[in-house]
Design a protein around this ligand. Structure first.
Ligand SMILES: Nc1ncnc2c1ncn2[C@@H]1O[C@H](COP(=O)(O)OP(=O)(O)O[C@H]2O[C@H](CO)[C@@H](O)[C@H](O)[C@H]2O)[C@@H](O)[C@H]1O
Length: 779
């Protein structure tokens, strides 16, 4: 009824399931971060990431003067500022935005270090290579490197780099070998307009007889390529492998039991555009090298939907024939990944930091984990620390990630920078498009490399005072790209804003969210930038990883009385899962009582407080309510209090539990999502795939994905309400419960329609591919 964008091809009535150191700023680490916000206390007692709705305070003047104030933590590091409250600005306190700036500016009262030209600074902030670097030589990035390759010790210097402006013709000296590893000329894409088909570094993998394959797959690439540093390094050598696409790409061995009929359908649909489609990848001539760069990636590290996307989209792109890599920090000791033996040094906020690379090849995707002391032991608190600490991590991460295609041999051969596109995600990696341009493309390097920036949540922007710009070690003239003024936050430096400008293309995680981002209310201060760059924006709804979220194979439903089920075994399956959930949570085991679920980060975005406000009505109904979440402490306490108060009907599980999320999704009849804003939303997609009916605030991706139930046409997927307010939620929930109780057939229709959608990542990957191709041909 609200004009939801048709986004999915239905696959008919039958079910088709597939699948926030060094002494940065000279004070960064000199004091323990003072936690002002509500720390997340997880079920296991550990602290977790704060939330984006960090209190919008700017700090007391005395704290600022004393240099004590620390900005509140935010789940996504820089994020913060929550919904609604406006910071009261005082004295010289630097700008803080309403727009999600939990990364409220630090006090300017403290003396900023005087900018000095650091002899060891470099164009990209001291890319100091390993043993291959001659003594006292400049790297290609202009860094002075000592022969024994020790990172410079001592207090970091803060420098505004004087880098020659693009087009000045000044070429910086280089001895770092990295560029030499660029894929051989024959794999470099030809100039625009020529046939890219022969340029791709991923040959047609399907046919062993394909001459292209024979030519490109050869180990010659390894042999003829300049010797990798690792080969002459005292540190563990790179494990050389023969380049074998059949083994490497794994196209020819689809999972047993997987329904691949959709693959044929897709191939057929796009067959007009390429000649030998039956022997090539789905992407046809569009195959590219794709590197997804994200701060989190499921299953290794996940705090929310970003982790899900970084874990699933790459696999879907790989299934289309692209050579795909995911680059993510190594927060923990991930057993699947091995040390490739490469060591590099990058400057982050004035310090030279050593970086190692770990690699795993899983499901057709290269996973490269960037290891550095800054990331270690952060597994359970990946966005923890002060805003400056988080920014330092992300600077290091982005600098290292952008050179991964040169340094890290995946399956024996580095990706190289030809026919390459980076997909950066959210503000954490928004510096990648900036570094790509400032360090390389402005200087004639990486000419065939593109960047796409995905907006998962504009509420987190990496905001900071302008005087922190030097820490990013960018040319002086780049400051203008970061400077932003908004009426509430004042002038500040905005990392996300700069990334949006520098990226070749931008994707938002739903068309509805893209529309909202262009409005003053929805753009969180970045609406002007988004409107000005409308030409390069695309909205693509996320998908579901059906290997993870599929009631038929869900591993979390294989014990404790739960069971797997399909559309045809929905009635018995859901009944059993519901009973198991009731038993596990100590609720009365009743099949006839509607069980309502809520899963999500506890912050202003998700509107769990609206559920709290609606509680008197809810508990007046014959219902059971199960809520799972972690985040803002006050909301966690609310969950616990609601459970204590309404013990017979309500459960409030405070913590982050992936198994419980799956079990609630399967065992509940209804999933409520009263989100105040929702870029896409994954839980409603998961719910529908599990025959659980969503009741959602019609906003962003929720509006795009949940069409309202029409009792007369017997259509629609759930209930929607037009304002995130308790009485609106109550009204929608009332209709929903009424249908559940009185109109069983309609209910069943809702469930089946939800389960029958093709919500797979494969369709989204196809749309991403269109964006990647646009970026590729964009000059
Ligand atoms: N306590 C808990 N225990 C276990 N699992 C939990 C949990 N809390 C949340 N999760 C899980 O984390 C994911 C959250 O997905 P959302 O789409 O709600 O993402 P989020 O708002 O974090 O991300 C942003 O990015 C995503 C991806 O683009 C967008 O969909 C979204 O709108 C945007 O806000 C789901 O897999 C959910 O099950």
């Amino acid at each position: 009824s609200h004009g939801g964008t048709p986004r999915r091809r239905r696959v008919g009535a039958s079910l088709a399931l597939r699948d926030g150191a060094g002494r940065l700023a000279l004070r960064w680490a000199q004091r323990a971060p003072r936690r002002r916000d509500a720390a997340v206390v997880r079920a296991d007692g550990r602290e977790g990431g704060g939330e984006n709705e960090a209190p919008e305070r700017v700090g007391d003047d005395d704290d600022v003067a004393a240099g004590l104030w620390q900005p509140p933590r935010s789940r996504r590091g820089g994020g913060g500022g929550g919904v609604g409250k406006v910071a009261k600005r005082r004295g010289s306190v630097p700008p803080v935005g309403r727009y999600g700036s939990g990364d409220a500016a630090r006090g300017r009262g403290a003396a900023a270090p005087a900018p000095t030209q650091d002899a060891a600074s470099s164009q990209n902030g001291a890319l100091v290579s390993g043993d291959d670097t001659p003594a006292s030589a400049f790297t290609k990035n202009g860094s002075l490197v000592s022969g024994d390759d020790k990172p410079a010790a001592g207090p970091p210097s803060v420098t505004i780099l004087k880098v020659p402006a693009p087009g000045s013709g000044v070429i910086l000296p280089s001895v770092d070998k990295a560029p030499e590893i660029v894929v051989p000329d024959k794999t470099m894409p030809p100039p625009p307009g020529s046939d890219f088909r022969s340029s791709t570094s991923v040959p047609r993998p399907y046919s062993a007889d394909n001459p292209e394959l024979r030519e490109d797959k050869s180990a010659k690439v390894v042999e003829s390529a300049p010797k990798s540093e690792a080969l002459s390094s005292p540190i563990p050598a790179v494990q050389e492998e023969t380049w074998d696409f059949k083994k490497y790409i794994d196209f020819n061995e689809p999972d047993a039991g997987r329904d691949d009929s959709w693959v044929d359908a897709d191939a057929e649909a796009s067959s007009e555009n390429h000649q030998d489609y039956d022997s090539g990848p789905l992407a046809g001539e569009n195959v590219m090298n794709v590197i997804v760069v994200a701060a989190e990636c499921s299953p290794w590290c996940k705090t929310g939907g970003l982790g899900d996307v970084a874990g699933a989209l790459p696999k879907a792109l790989a299934r289309r024939g692209h050579r795909v890599m995911v680059v993510v920090p190594r927060y923990g000791d991930y057993e699947e990944a091995h040390d490739v033996g490469i060591r590099k040094y990058y400057k982050a906020a004035g310090q030279d930091l050593e970086v190692k690379y770990f690699h795993a090849y899983i499901d057709g995707v290269d996973f490269v984990f960037i290891d550095a002391p800054l990331f270690r032991h952060r597994q359970d608190d990946i966005y923890g620390g002060s805003r400056q600490e988080i920014m330092k991590r992300m600077i290091l991460f982005c600098k290292a990630a952008v050179e991964v295609p040169w340094h890290v041999p995946c399956g024996g051969v580095p990706y190289g920078d030809g026919n390459l596109v980076f997909i950066a995600n959210d503000w954490h990696t928004a510096l990648l498009p900036v570094y790509l341009k400032a360090y390389y493309r402005d200087h004639g390097m990486m000419q065939y490399t593109r960047s796409v920036l995905v907006i998962h949540n504009i509420a987190h922007q990496g905001r900071g005072p302008v005087d922190e710009f030097p820490y990013m070690e960018l040319p002086e003239h780049y400051l203008d790209h970061f400077k932003l003024y908004d009426p509430v936050g004042g002038e500040h430096a905005n990392i996300f804003g700069a990334g949006l400008k520098m990226a070749d293309r931008v994707v938002t995680v739903s068309p509805g969210y893209l529309w909202e981002l262009k409005t003053t209310e929805g753009g969180w201060g970045l609406h002007d930038i988004i409107c000005q760059n409308d030409w390069k924006m695309n909205g693509i709804v996320n998908g579901i990883d059906y290997r993870e979220w599929n009631p038929e194979v869900d591993v979390h439903l294989q014990s404790d009385g739960y069971t797997n089920y399909t559309a045809s075994s929905l009635d018995s399956g859901k009944r059993q899962c519901k009973a198991a959930l009731q038993r596990e949570l100590g609720l009365e085991e009743r099949d006839d009582v509607p069980l309502i679920g809520f899963i999500g980060r506890l912050d202003g975005q998700k509107g769990v407080d609206i559920i709290g406000d609606a509680m008197p009505w809810i508990v007046g109904q014959d219902v059971q309510l199960v809520m799972l979440g972690s985040g803002r402490r006050d909301l966690e306490v609310m969950l616990q209090q609601l459970e204590a108060q309404y013990k017979s009907k309500v459960r409030g599980w405070v913590g982050f539990s992936v198994p419980m999320a799956h079990r609630i999704t399967a065992g509940a009849d209804v999933l409520v999502m009263p989100s105040r804003f929702e870029p896409c939303g994954l839980n409603q997609l998961y719910a529908m795939a599990y025959g659980t009916v969503p009741v959602v605030h019609a906003v962003g991706g929720l509006r795009d994905t949940v069409t309202a139930f029409d009792p007369f046409g017997d259509s629609g997927l759930g209930w929607t309400f037009d304002r995130a307010e308790p009485h609106k939620l109550i009204e929608a929930l009332g209709h929903c419960l009424d249908t559940y109780r009185e109109y069983k057939e309609s209910w069943r229709g809702l469930q089946v329609r939800g389960m029958s959608q093709d919500l797979s990542w494969d369709h989204a990957a196809e749309l991403y591919e269109e964006v990647l191709v646009k970026a590729k041909y964009q000059w």
